[in-house]
Design a protein around this ligand. Structure first.
Ligand code: GLV
Ligand code: MN
Ligand code: MN
Ligand code: MN
Length: 392
């Protein structure tokens, strides 16, 4: 909790509440510097990889390492725990293992992934996607933030070479097992600590509606081609389509130019859709797309739909879950989650597991996100015991 308190003033968002910390922005860079200093202070060897992620090694870097970590960025107006809890707990777990006199037989590393939330450049898990080749380097580097700065430019300013980015087989080969600790993001966990069993299939789509910009007072309603109307219809269609456990969310609507007395010339509607599997998710998005196209036609507008990112259902490694249970107890609960994580991206490349710390309110991606200090402490103990079991 003292470590989290250390970070409490970094990236506070006074307008939205909570925190806004995004890949390579000032707040995230300050948190990364904090992490590097903390890791070096523990005698860990801090090495950035080619893709903007930070690694801190206990022992000689090499294949078969036991790796833990998470991210330091947030959603816009996010909570204090989503991301930083996993990083801080990893450092505390190292301290606890040392206090126990543990000497790892395998290399152990703590990793911080860049732009996990996609809050700045639009694609979530950008650092782990780059490392695994799930996104091509040129596509990642061309992504822009709200000010038109590209990811490549931001990475370059932070000391990374965009030309060297891309799938990193050496980093992937170094991961013998990956365990990410994270605050649980729903109300599904009744014990202080549990395991993740699976992640819903999910993706992001951008609907760009184009109409005719004009004057709010001088343009008769019957003369308008207002892209905000099909945008609104799309929001409603998303709610209608998300049945049977599927989720569809429009959390971001960007009108251009965005003036109160201006009929927008275009509107970007960002859709986040998730469901048990790929076919069901695609079905939900197809229904929303059909509604968006119909509403655009009715208003004399155009619509272009782009898939911005995608990830299929993740089932975490049964063997590694059994190892974690061997360390923590056979009765350690496991639960599915609707939230995406770097662990979900890595799961296609290495045995991967997640430890969840109970969320008493079920609030996440919002300033009210919370975890009790005792549960966080239980998370550190569970992570330390897991790492000890895996690295012995
Ligand atoms: C990231 O936290 C996500 O699930 O969108
Ligand atoms: Mn998140
Ligand atoms: Mn997270
Ligand atoms: Mn996430």
């Amino acid at each position: 909790m003292a470590d989290l308190a250390d970070l409490a003033d970094v990236g506070r968002d006074r307008r939205r509440g909570g925190y806004s910390r995004h890949g390579f922005d000032r707040a995230e860079l300050e948190l990364r510097a904090w992490f590097a200093e903390q890791a070096r202070g523990r005698g860990l060897d801090v090495r950035p990889d080619r893709n903007g992620n930070l690694w801190a090694w206990w022992g000689e870097p090499g294949p078969g390492a036991v790796v833990t970590g998470s991210h330091l960025d947030s959603v816009p107006g996010g909570g204090a725990f989503d991301g930083p809890l996993g990083v801080v707990s990893a450092l505390q777990a190292v301290d606890l293992l040392r206090a126990r006199g543990f000497r790892p037989a395998k290399p152990l590393a703590v990793v911080v992934f860049v732009e996990e939330e996609g809050g700045r450049f639009g694609v979530a898990c950008l650092g782990s996607r780059l490392m695994t080749g799930a996104i091509a380097a040129d596509a990642a580097c061309a992504l822009t933030d709200a000010d038109g700065v590209t990811f490549g430019e931001a990475a370059h300013a932070a000391g990374f070479d965009p030309l060297r980015m891309g799938r990193d087989d050496r980093a992937l080969a170094s991961i013998g097992a990956f365990v990410e600790l994270h605050v649980e993001q729903g109300r599904g966990l009744e014990e202080p600590v549990g395991l993740a069993s699976s992640i819903l299939a999910h993706g992001r789509w951008r609907f760009t509606f184009t109409g005719e910009g004009n004057h709010a007072g001088a343009t008769l309603v019957e003369d308008r081609r207002d892209p905000m109307l099909p945008a609104a219809a799309t929001v409603l269609a998303a709610r209608r389509a998300a049945t049977g456990g599927a989720r569809a969310t429009v959390g971001r609507v960007v009108p251009n130019p965005g003036g109160t007395n201006v009929i927008a010339s275009s509107v970007d509607v960002w859709l986040d859709a998730r469901a048990d599997d790929e076919p069901r998710t695609r079905e939900v998005v197809a229904a929303i797309t059909a509604a968006a196209e119909g509403a655009a036609r009715d208003e004399g507008c155009e619509v272009v739909v782009r898939e911005e990112s995608w990830g299929g259902t993740v089932t975490f490694d049964a063997g590694l879950m059994a190892e974690v249970r061997a360390a923590l107890g056979a009765d350690t609960p496991a639960l599915p989650t609707g939230a995406g994580h770097d662990a979900g991206i890595l799961a296609a490349h290495a045995p991967t597991a997640m430890l969840f710390v109970r969320n008493p309110t079920g609030v996440s991606h919002a300033p009210g996100e919370h975890a009790e200090p005792d549960d966080c402490a239980a998370g550190v103990v569970a992570l330390a015991s897991t790492l000890e079991h895996l690295a012995r």
